[in-house]
Write a protein that binds this ligand. Structure first.
Ligand code: PMP
Length: 394
């Protein structure tokens, strides 16, 4: 079976992880993989997570299976965290998945099953796995204009003009906050305008939110998604607990399908549980249990929020410091967008050859499209990175 086959292309983010690990230069700087890092380069377990794990270890008396859709308590806390009171709980079908990736995959599986003719509208650019999963499932993808690289912000007119072409039943993928890879987010008005597009076209929004709390704050980052949920009849949400709870390897994810109450909600819930059964049966429980433990305890919630606030502040400070250092070395404001953008990523206006040059000549690792993880910067490396970027970009 393997003799006649060739290996699949490697994901460009996974590829960069391997190259970085193999580099022996002590001054190497990893701005590639999308993992939060402290000033000393660690991705620690959050204290609130440790405390929740200690409680679980004490209290848990069974490792028996839970349910195909995961634990109802986890559903409830995640629904509250993400949707707030934007929609009645009776309208929401929830289903736990292995990570946010699992949520994206299972949602698209459901779309393929229910409406295989639907087109998937994906922002240009987007997290590469969106296109990979869409293609893997054989769904038709249409890219819509999103990022204006010259302005370092959103191409609003292009986005709205493209999405006006969506048809009833098409799926429009949106990033809830902290757009990956650009860091350019939708404004409150953009979300309102998009709601108008969904009302006019009958297309269905699919919001991928993997960084809630990394942008402006937990509530602020969900505002747009909530305002949309309050207006449209149906909406799909894929959420991840990897970043904001630091639970990367535990694979915490959830699908929230907003439907009409009653039969539609029950059908969606049953379909999602059924699809979990075919893919992996039961979703992982430990990370979900940690999230539930934190969010059902006021003290742990406060501790977790303080830790999350500190992570966000560090990323915002790094953005400001890098933009300032770049202003100092280039004498121009052409990288000012780095300070204005939000979340873990910004997209540098570089060619693949320049990314290779940054890696080979300066030991600075970016994803090949120019995506930079601002959490990988430190006070010490910011001047080194700014000088290298200025030199390579000319
Ligand atoms: N969506 C987006 C936009 C992401 O950036 C990520 C993380 N890289 C995910 C989903 C899924 O993350 P995970 O599967 O690790 O929870």
């Amino acid at each position: 079976m393997f003799k006649t086959l060739t290996a699949p292309p490697q994901d460009k983010i996974i590829q960069i992880m391997g190259l970085y690990a193999a580099d022996t230069r002590p001054e190497k700087v990893d701005l590639g993989v999308g993992v939060y890092r402290t000033e000393d380069g660690r991705t620690p377990v959050m204290a609130a997570v440790k405390a929740a794990e200690a409680r679980i270890l004490q209290a848990q008396e069974s490792k028996g299976y839970v349910a195909l859709a995961g634990d109802a308590g986890f559903h409830a806390v995640m629904r509250g965290l993400i949707l707030g009171d934007a929609v009645a709980p009776e309208r929401v079908a929830a289903c736990a998945t292995p990570g946010g990736t699992g949520a994206v995959r299972q949602i698209l599986e459901m779309v393929q099953r229910l409406t295989p003719e639907a087109r998937i509208w994906v922002p240009s650019p987007s997290w590469p796995n969106h296109a990979a999963i869409t293609g893997h499932l054989g769904l038709a993808q249409v890219d819509y204009r999103y990022y204006d690289a010259d302005a370092g912000g959103i191409d609003r007119d292009g986005m709205l003009a493209d999405l006006a072409q969506a048809q009833k039943g098409d799926i429009v993928l949106l990033h809830g906050c902290c757009h990956n890879p650009t860091g350019a987010d939708l404004s409150a008005q953009d979300w309102v305008d998009l709601a108008g597009v969904f009302e006019a076209t009958g297309a269905i929004p699919f919001v991928d939110i993997a960084y809630q709390g990394f942008g402006e704050g937990l509530e602020e980052d969900a505002q747009g998604l909530r305002s949309l949920a309050a207006r449209v009849p149906e909406m799909l949400v894929a959420a991840s607990g990897s970043k904001n709870f630091g639970l990367y390897r535990e694979r915490v994810g959830i699908i929230l399908a907003v439907t009409d109450p009653g039969k539609p909600r029950d059908v969606a819930a049953a379909m999602l549980a059924h699809l979990n059964r075919q893919s992996f049966a039961f979703p992982p429980d430990h990370g979900a249990r940690v999230v539930e433990t934190i969010l059902t305890d006021a003290e742990l919630t406060a501790q977790w929020q303080a830790e999350l606030d500190a992570m966000r502040s560090r990323m915002t400070a790094n953005r400001r410091a890098l933009a300032e250092a770049l202003r100092a070395v280039t004498g121009s404001d052409r990288f000012g967008f780095v300070a204005a953008q939000r979340g873990m990523f910004s997209l540098l206006p570089v060619t693949e050859a320049q990314v290779a040059q940054l890696r080979e000549d300066h030991a600075i690792y970016l994803v090949s499209d120019g995506r930079m993880n601002v959490a990988g910067l430190t006070e010490k490396t910011i001047p080194q990175v700014a000088r290298a970027i200025a030199q390579v970009l000319g």
